[in-house]
Design a protein around this ligand. Sequence first.
Ligand code: TXA
Ligand code: MG
Length: 345
Amino acid sequence: MNTLYLSAEDPKTPAIAANIIMQGGLVAIPTETVYGLGANGLDETAVAKIFEAKGRPQDNPLILHISGPEQIELFCHHIPQSAYDLAEKFWPGPLTMVLPARSIVPKRTTGNLDTVAVRCPDSDVTREIIRLSGVPLAAPSANISGKPSTTTAKHVKYDHDGRIDAIVDGGPCRVGVESTIIDLSGERPRLLRPGGITPEQLSEVLGEIEVDKAVTSQLGKDDVVRAPGMKYRHYAPTAPVVIVSGSREAAAQYIRAHFTPGDRVLCFEEELSLYEGCDPLSYGMEADVNTLSAGLFAALRELDDASIHQVYARCPVGGGVAYAVQNRLKKAAAFHVVDAEEEAK
Ligand code: TXA
Ligand code: MG
């Protein structure tokens, strides 16, 4: 298959991409979070192609991308007022809501669940593609399953060139980590995945929210899984990753003491000089957490190299967007964290 490359800036792009979607094809779409691999979310055959291209487990449901809050009721029922309040405040933007699904949504899209995840992405070209195709776009992150998500069209090309119909290039993704997922289908709102809309922002609308266990710890095989995607190995380079926490100095001391040739250090830009000779890679500035979320997946992709033995990673502390960065890094590290200050005692 010859993959078509389309620029988000070309006025012809939305119509070309929408046409491919209507014919049951696969189009990689830019969003503010990460690139998605989109297909007609109401067409089981088209949706099946997404699972095949990604090598995605069949029970892992997809997010339906819609063009605005007025489309929620087309695909969901028993919609609480809070869903509209969240949509009004945070859409278009990096927030996904899980709600009871209408029967029009195929089981392939929902991974056999009674609920469906919906989100309105903050990308003009992608919303225009949705409007023109007249259907919601089912779109997971465009990476091959298990690998770091794709935040540039080049990464999508690397994973899918010749295997999907088209890639729409909208430049690097602004947020860089996938959307926040809030489940509104149960008795209490529950955070299934942290992202660009922070728990603090959600609480302003929803009051207290529960945080799913999958966000904070490695799930065991007997744990109940609410977001099926959370149980799979994720974002992981080939080499094992360990997060080294503690002060800048304590962490550098620990890492330099344990570093052997062939290892890599993933750190903040402010720390580069501490790791001379240790092949450091910066993913952004600690002082500006948005640069860390925007740079994380590209860095993890660079570290996905079979010749690397071990990755030592530095992780931002605190809430807000840092909470989402911690979650992705901890998943990449299979929740393996070493406290350098404890180790120094
Ligand atoms: O930012 C994003 O959300 C990106 C862009 C492309 O929009 N998409 C994305 O999709 O991250 P994906 O498939 O990589 O992650 C979706 C997550 C998975 O963990 C999946 O299990 C969960 O959402 N999910 C989808 N539908 C669900 C549902 N009905 N109930 C619970 N979890 C659901
Ligand atoms: Mg994903």
